[in-house]
Unconditional design. Structure first.
Length: 163
């Protein structure tokens, strides 16, 4: 597979998510696949929100929590042990603290969305789910991760030097 040079903007956005200490050779092949997990999560949240289906949303909460606790989100394994065999690319790097923080924040947000629907307050559920989908769509299309920026702000690690 041909190596693609990553732009400085993409490198910075990935560094903000915690993908640091990795060279272009390692990142270039998997860069598009780093969008897989947030994209799949966003799709599930989108369906759960559109259908006002709290059970579907609640099934995603423990998966997001696992993504916050461990260096790999459960959906990363779908790529690492399945899809990458067809794409001919390497495994995804482990998730750094900023991306794991994003998973933790998402788990709370998904739980709040599911709860709003479960107790019959659909307008709040649609608002919460819609905002979460917008944030997820942003990271899954551009690598711009607002929760990772929040993590960097809270921990005082706002400056990112990219090689």
């Amino acid at each position: 597979m041909t190596e693609v040079q990553l732009s400085r903007v993409v490198r910075q956005r990935l560094a903000i998510q915690g993908f640091v200490g990795l060279g272009d050779a390692q990142l270039s092949g998997v860069e598009p696949w780093l969008r897989f997990t947030p994209g799949l999560c966003t799709a599930i949240v989108g369906v759960g929100t559109l259908l006002a289906f709290p059970v579907l949303l609640w099934t995603l909460v423990p998966l997001a929590l696992l993504g916050a606790i461990f260096p790999r989100h459960p959906f990363d394994y779908i790529y690492n042990y399945g899809l990458r065999r067809f794409s001919g690319t390497g495994p995804l790097p482990t998730n750094g603290a900023p991306r794991r923080f994003a998973c933790g924040l998402a788990s709370v947000w998904i739980a709040a969305t599911a709860t709003a629907f479960a107790v019959g307050f659909a307008p709040l559920g649609y608002a919460l789910g819609g905002i979460l989908c917008a944030v997820g769509l942003l990271v899954s299309t551009t690598h711009f991760c607002i929760p990772s920026l929040v993590y960097r702000f809270l921990t005082g690690t706002r400056r990112m030097e990219v090689a």
